[in-house]
Design a protein around this ligand. Structure first.
Ligand code: ADP
Ligand code: MG
Length: 712
């Protein structure tokens, strides 16, 4: 296998530099091994021969049997092509060749029955197939088994690759390969009943049966996920062993005083559990990196604040980062109120903090006078220096990349504990992989007394009755949000839709005051408008998604979301979390056109059927794939696994993780594997798994490791 991995594809007979480059550019195939690991996209059941009238638009490659009636040359010059009129005895079809006319005309005739394999196209009711694969068809001996169909891009087709090209190249490799060493140890193969590598690679290309194919696929998925997990876990462990954190040995007076005298409500069981987890982490001397997931409104801020009190009780400072100025300000307001009552000094630092205040803050942080700093990205700027930062909380993780997390570590000689909070629920299987180096805590319980939010899907034709419903709430003294989508490719358009919505709302509700905010406003204007709504002076707020995170107006009981189909489910869920914060019944109305397609309708119906953020995230992921999930994109982690899917292979992932853990715990050895690999933190190669799939994320972490002396 080592030789296969190191031999460039250009050296394969029939490839050469030009096709080699094409294979690499188009399909990421650079070595012999890459090619062997390129699995068919799908398989054709060779026994299934279609009638032409059974064909449908968007069918992948299919087989049809019949005869040619005649061949014609058509067109001139570059457009010249050879066509064959083909019939299965009932229906006609046209077969087209754009090159190799002479050979084709000589190879086929009108008296033989052929089996064609290709992708059918329909043009104005007539079926055609371009460059199909053709073989003689004997109805007495029909073909059997499964035939792999390999990925083939448009460019490759144009450059002369056919459906046969890749399988032929793979056969060439097989013919010249004597030995394929397994990449997994025997013990693992046995324990998890995995097919040996050599057989799996055979079966994936030429399956004997659907069952064998299934086992082969499982084996390759397992291998891929196993090495992925091994890599992540090794890294996390190495870091945990080497990195020493602050030791918070005690729960002191600030925490206790706050808990017994100030805390305005009873903590939920989940909040208490998470605080215990954080307490455990921070007393051991290891550096905490914990991800706190909790649905909108689950009370993460309180957990964050009380964790910061732990730091202060142990002679440290704490900071909290929020993604926007509005959010940072809101946190500041809540937290400074609590903190004042126990005599702590809290300051706010954002991009619009004035020079004089900034100097005070710089001073106060260095002297230790400031206990808690709340702010935006401004907090991680170089010039911000703490006397002894012990705890950093990051709210809404997905807006901060790992690079920024890393910069926080650098804020102190002993790196601070880091608590990352997110309301984007990440399904467990994905979290395990994306955040393999983070411990995960979950707040899975909402504070008591919340009334459920009723979500409805409404169409444009129901607009007037929808507004009447909103009017009823306003009359009862409640407030309403109207949200329009942010059209990222077209700022002008999204502003216009905001203005239109604003004018429509002003028109309909002329007795009420309407505020509006959007991302392009000056911060001061935005704050003013938000304040109008927060104070209750304005009853309606028309906004783009700037209100997505954090804004807290308990009196708001309705949210109308325009063009709901343009939003991701998780985003809708976040938005919806802005209502249902007071004690009253709340409503979320998803507005959309009559003409949405069934998939979109199904997506939106998930919103009307559940308020469980995890279910929604899971559904979102199934429908869009994890790469598309909000948050994962921004975190820079594009997972393009070759065989496994984080969405559907959760079970294999868990087994792979268990196996990786066993190996790391020394209960199983990986020796002999990758014997040629250098030793050290990155010794284990990821067979068939492009290291790049770990994305910038991991390489950033590695870069950071150097600073911490993890990698010499
Ligand atoms: P999120 O997790 O979305 O950040 P917040 O921390 O903003 O949620 O909390 C939402 C609201 O619930 C806040 O007004 C907060 O004061 C309140 N809250 C938090 N914990 C509790 C609790 N245990 N009991 C009652 N209300 C709580
Ligand atoms: Mg929050």
């Amino acid at each position: 296998m080592d030789r296969l991995a190191s031999t460039k594809i250009i050296y394969l007979k029939g490839v050469g530099p030009v096709r080699g480059k094409l294979l690499e550019d188009e399909l990421g195939i650079a070595t012999f091994r890459d090619l062997l690991y390129t699995a068919p996209r799908r398989y054709i059941d060779r026994r299934r021969v279609y009638r032409i009238r059974e064909l449908q638009e968007d069918m992948p490659d299919v087989q049809v049997a019949g005869r040619f009636l005649r061949f014609d040359m058509e067109g001139e010059g570059a457009k010249k092509r050879l066509t064959g009129l083909f019939t299965d005895g009932q229906t006609m079809m046209q077969v087209v060749w754009f090159n190799r006319h002479k050979q084709i005309a000589e190879a086929y005739n009108t008296s033989t029955t052929y089996l064609l394999l290709g992708k059918p196209n329909n043009f104005k009711g007539t079926w055609s197939m371009a460059h199909p694969e053709i073989e003689v068809f004997d109805p007495a001996k029909p073909p059997e088994g499964l035939r792999g169909v390999y990925p083939l891009t448009e460019t490759l087709r144009r450059r002369g690759f056919t459906l046969r090209t890749i399988p032929n190249l793979i056969s060439t490799i097989w013919a010249n390969t004597r030995e394929i060493n397994d990449t997994l140890p025997q013990a693992l193969l046995q324990k998890y009943s995995l097919m040996p590598l050599k057989e799996a690679l055979h079966q994936i290309h030429n399956p004997d049966s659907p069952q064998a194919l299934q086992l082969a696929r499982e084996r390759l998925k397992f291998e891929e996920l196993f090495y992925l997990e091994l890599h992540i876990m090794r890294y996390a462990r190495a870091r945990n062993e080497k990195l020493r954190g602050q030791i918070f040995s005690k729960v002191g007076p600030f925490f206790n005083k706050f808990y017994s005298e100030v805390l305005p409500f009873e903590l939920t069981g989940a909040q208490k559990r998470v605080l215990r987890e954080i307490r455990q982490d921070t007393r051991t001397g290891a550096q905490m990196n914990r991800l706190l997931q909790g649905d909108v409104g689950s009370g993460k801020t309180m957990v964050a604040f009380m964790s910061m009190l732990l730091a202060v009780d142990n002679g440290c400072q704490a900071c909290m980062l929020a993604p926007t100025e509005i959010l940072a300000t809101q946190h500041y307001e809540a937290i400074s109120e609590w903190a004042e009552k126990i005599g702590l000094n809290v300051r706010l630092l954002t991009g619009s903090t004035r020079a004089k205040a900034r100097r005070e803050i710089d001073q106060g942080l260095l002297s230790g006078e400031i206990n808690i700093l709340i702010g935006t990205h401004a907090v991680i700027e170089e010039r911000v220096q703490f006397r002894n930062l012990g705890m950093a909380v990051i709210d809404e993780q997905h807006r901060f990349g790992v690079a920024q997390r890393a910069r926080i570590w650098g804020k102190n000689e002993v790196p601070p504990h880091v608590l990352v909070m997110t309301a984007t629920p990440i399904p467990r299987t994905l979290a395990m992989t994306l955040y393999g180096d983070l411990q995960v805590s979950v707040i899975d319980e909402l504070p008591p007394g919340r009334k459920p939010i009723t979500t409805m899907l409404r169409y444009d034709s129901q607009r007037m009755s929808m507004w009447r419903g909103v009017g009823t709430e306003l009359k009862a003294g409640r407030q309403a949000y109207v949200v329009v989508p942010l059209i990222s490719e077209n700022e002008k358009l999204s502003l216009r839709s905001l203005e239109e919505a604003y004018e429509a709302v002003c028109d309909i509700f002329s007795d009420y005051k309407v505020a509006r905010v959007h991302g392009k406003m000056k911060p001061s204007e935005k704050d003013y408008q938000m304040q109008l709504f927060a104070s209750g002076e304005a009853q309606i707020l028309v906004a783009t998604t700037v209100i997505e995170v954090g804004v807290n107006v308990p009196n708001a009981s309705v949210m109308v979301i325009e063009n709901a189909e343009r939003f991701g489910l998780s985003q809708l869920h976040q938005l919806r979390g802005r209502v249902g914060r007071g004690a009253d019944k709340s409503y979320c109305i998803l507005m959309t056109h009559e003409k949405i397609n069934p998939t979109t309708r199904k997506r939106l119906e998930i919103m009307t059927s559940t308020t469980d953020g995890f279910l929604i995230a899971e559904a979102d992921m199934h429908m869009r794939g994890p790469g598309d999930m909000e948050g994962t994109q921004q975190s820079g982690l594009a997972l393009n696994l070759r065989h496994a899917s984080l969405v559907t292979d959760g079970q294999i992932l868990e087994r792979a993780r268990e196996a990786a853990e066993a190996v790391l715990n020394g209960n199983m050895t990986l020796h002999k594997i990758n014997a040629a690999a250098p030793s050290g933190a990155t010794a284990i190669q990821l067979p068939a798994t492009d290291l790049a799939l770990l994305g910038r994320e991991l390489s950033l972490r590695f870069a950071n490791d150097k600073d911490w002396g993890l990698i010499s």
